[in-house]
Unconditional design. Structure first.
Length: 265
């Protein structure tokens, strides 16, 4: 059991509000449907494995083709981004009244660095409570499907994309979000996400990974959008714990996270 966040740990950031609990946790995407030229949504595509980790404010989203799809010549490519999330509109996606809540993901990091070349400035804006405007938005509606206990349909505002999200971990009471430079690390229950541009690791390549707690008492990387050889390896965070700034909405002391976090210094 993780201990509550100690008062001695300063939490930084000034979000206007945290995201609702129904969005917090670890998610996998079951499929995406895209509209063609006729604007009609096509067949469900499940060739990309997606892990989306959402704390009460910060998020990491890792997407890469499933190995079998890649081996079959899939044209899908890896994508990954991280930052903070905001929600507007009514409070819950299970209410039939009015327009479903609109979720906006304000990326501060992107594995395509050209999409977020000014990561440091984006973090300054996000930490002040005024994150950079984004086109990455979607309305969420509860998916009442027998095969899933906790699932939501996301549709973009134009109606040209539909995604089915299934929550695999509601996070319990173990949420952590932390920054080192522009790098971001998040934990939701037994799942984590880590995102870093190359400069945040002293010259090593950009790293965008997700994983979960392993039975051997470590955090293990399961999905890597940047380097497939990292999958299966233990997560080691760069630097020392003291070099990380913990963000508003973190709910446990970093030293009490289980499994214990491992740092390189």
């Amino acid at each position: 059991m993780s201990a509550p966040m100690a008062e001695a740990i300063m939490l930084e950031g000034n979000p206007k509000e945290f995201v609702p609990t129904w969005l917090q946790g670890a998610w996998r995407r079951e499929y995406i449907r895209r509209a063609g030229p006729n604007k009609v949504l096509g067949e469900a595509d499940s060739t990309v494995e997606v892990r989306y980790i959402q704390t009460s404010w910060a998020f990491v989203d890792i997407r890469r083709p499933k190995p079998e799809a890649a081996a079959a010549g899939s044209k899908e490519v890896a994508m990954a981004f991280a930052g903070v999330t905001s929600v507007s509109g009514r409070s819950g996606p299970d209410d039939d009244e009015g327009t479903p809540p609109l979720v906006s993901w304000h990326s501060c990091l992107d594995m395509d660095v050209s999409a977020c070349p000014d990561a440091a400035n984006r973090w300054i804006e996000a930490m002040s409570g005024s994150p950079r405007e984004t086109e990455d938005k979607g309305h969420f509606k509860e998916a009442l499907l027998e095969e899933y206990d906790d699932a939501y349909i996301e549709r973009n505002q134009e109606g040209t994309l539909e995604e089915l999200w299934v929550r695999i971990d509601d996070g319990g009471n173990q949420f952590i979000a932390a920054r080192r430079g522009t790098a971001l690390f998040v934990v939701a229950g037994g799942h984590f996400g880590f995102a870093a541009h190359a400069e945040d690791e002293q010259g090593s390549p950009a790293t965008f990974v997700a994983g979960k707690a392993s039975e051997d008492g470590t955090w293990r990387i399961e999905q890597s959008a940047t380097d497939p050889t990292l999958e299966g390896k233990e997560l080691v965070l760069p630097g020392a714990m003291e070099e990380w700034t913990f963000l508003a909405g973190s709910k446990v002391h970093p030293a009490s996270v289980r499994p214990a976090l491992k740092f390189s210094a």
